[in-house]
Design a protein around this ligand. Structure first.
Ligand SMILES: *[C@@H]1O[C@H](CO)[C@@H](O)[C@H](O)[C@H]1NC(C)=O
Length: 465
């Protein structure tokens, strides 16, 4: 047992992860990669982590591994190479639609962990293809491959899907998301997201959104009958996502962008989960926010903390056991141009071990799960086990595919304390006030002149690890 060693190795807990595994489910900090080779061959590889002594692999094609059976494909791997414990056979020819069933035993000192799984074969790769833990739309890709390059020469509607809906609880963004060319367009190789303001005559117009993307078209997210102070959201804006068209697990993403300049605008670059594998309440299945920055040049909390366009808070969000875990870092610009004044490269490197975010290579924010996974994070409840995260690896919820979301929000609840002061003026609404949208619109003389530039995105690139 390595219980005593765990204490001794407090600084390098990963050394005794086997102990953690036996305590609570399958929490190995390893990822299994299955590659089918063209014209024939199969590779099964396990990503390396300190402490592994040997890896035993058993596999079958199109037949589950049962207890008494070692499988048609078996082997022990006694050494890792280039960060992988890999078994390769040339003898088996796979085709799309085949399923590889595997049972992988990772031995670590006196202990070990068995991981069983299955991987449908969606594509064959050339033998020169370096195994990568990255997947794209469920497919295997090769190490280092550029899997997405979007330079915004046009707005590719096969890749980018608009959100079309009204906002509502809990955030109540003060905008309707549209696919109008007023709110999102491409110009000179740059994607623009632009917020626009409704005229007085439009605020009370009953509106049913065409092609509404909310799941229930008869809901207030798609169909609103405003009356009295209960107006339509007083602005329009845009959200573009690659939901259903491009999602990936592990890799590096670079987005070159600047935020929109203007009071109460918030620009966001986010990775959101493709499926609600760990629950559908916001953040239960995770969220990675590379950029969330406000467009006010100067907005102060009562403490004197500057929230404005000098600040970005890259963060990973998790919800488990009724608690939100925000793993963020403040990245304030102490001098020079604001986030709204200059393009910067927002990068995220996501591996089976960690998530690292940077801005022009600076303000590095490294997020690593504690031994045993994020459920063991000291900001969650002590006994936080009743969560679907238990089913994932130690990176859960960040061990499934995520898609890209680029959005420009207006105001919203929960984004500013009620007591903030923007250039000497109080916030034009109170969160929770049902009349907040109307109050905001009525004070547009304060904020409309500050809306001077759009959110702009120059490129999005994604590489396999
Ligand atoms: C548009 O996106 C689709 C889906 O990702 C892709 O296959 C296609 O090559 C893209 N077209 C252009 C012109 O980039």
């Amino acid at each position: 047992m390595c219980g005593a060693q765990c204490v001794a190795f407090a600084a390098v807990l990963i050394v005794c992860w086997c102990n953690v595994v036996s305590a609570h489910g399958n929490k190995s900090p390893v990822t299994i990669i299955v590659q089918a080779l063209n014209p024939s061959g199969l590779r099964i590889a396990v990503t390396d982590t300190p402490g592994i002594d040997v890896v035993v692999i058993n596999a079958n094609i199109n037949a589950p591994i049962v207890e008494s059976d070692a499988g048609k494909i078996t082997g022990s791997v006694v050494e890792s190479q280039n960060g992988l414990w890999m078994l390769e056979t040339k003898d088996v020819a796979l085709k799309e639609g085949d399923v590889v069933f595997y049972s992988v035993y990772v031995a670590c000192g006196q202990q070990g962990d068995r991981m069983k799984g299955q991987q449908p074969i969606l594509n064959l790769v050339e033998p020169s293809c370096r195994p990568s833990p990255t997947t794209v739309n469920g497919r295997t890709v090769c190490g280092g491959e550029l899997v997405l390059e979007e330079n915004f020469d046009t707005l590719n509607k096969s890749l980018w899907k608009h959100t079309i809906q009204f906002s509502d609880e809990p955030d109540r963004d003060f905008c309707t998301y549209t696919d109008s060319e007023e709110n999102s367009f491409v110009k000179n190789g740059v994607l623009h997201l632009k917020a626009t303001i409704l005229g007085a005559n439009d605020l009370l117009k009953p509106t049913k959104l065409r092609s509404c993307t909310w799941k229930r078209p008869d809901s207030k997210y798609c169909d609103r009958h405003p009356q009295g102070w209960d107006i339509l959201p007083p602005t329009r804006s845009a959200q573009l996502t690659t939901r259903g068209t491009f999602s990936f697990r592990f890799g590096r993403i670079d987005i070159r962008a600047k935020t929109a300049a203007g009071d109460w605008l918030m620009s966001k670059l986010v990775l959101d989960p493709k499926a609600s594998a760990y629950g559908s309440i916001p953040f239960e299945s995770g969220r990675m926010e590379m950029l969330r920055s406000r467009g006010n040049p100067d907005v102060l909390e009562p403490s004197g903390w500057q929230l404005g366009a000098r600040l970005n808070d890259p963060q990973a969000d998790i919800r488990a056991c009724d608690r939100n875990l925000w793993l963020y870092k403040n990245c304030p610009l102490n001098y020079g141009k604001l986030y709204s004044e200059e393009m910067r490269v927002f990068s995220l490197v996501w591996t089976p071990e960690s998530i690292t975010m940077t801005i022009d290579g600076e303000c590095e924010h490294i997020i690593r799960p504690p031994a045993g996974g994020f459920l063991k994070h000291d900001r969650l409840r002590d006994e936080c086990y009743d969560s679907l995260l238990e089913r994932g690896t130690h990176m859960a919820p960040f061990d499934k595919e995520f898609y890209i979301y680029i959005g420009l929000l207006v105001a919203g609840f929960n984004n500013y304390l009620n007591e903030v002061i923007s250039k000497g003026n109080p916030k034009p609404w109170n969160d929770r006030d049902p009349r907040a949208w109307l109050k905001f619109w009525q004070q547009r003389h304060l904020w409309e002149p500050t809306w001077i530039s759009d959110m702009e995105v120059d490129y999005v690139k994604v590489w396999a690890l």
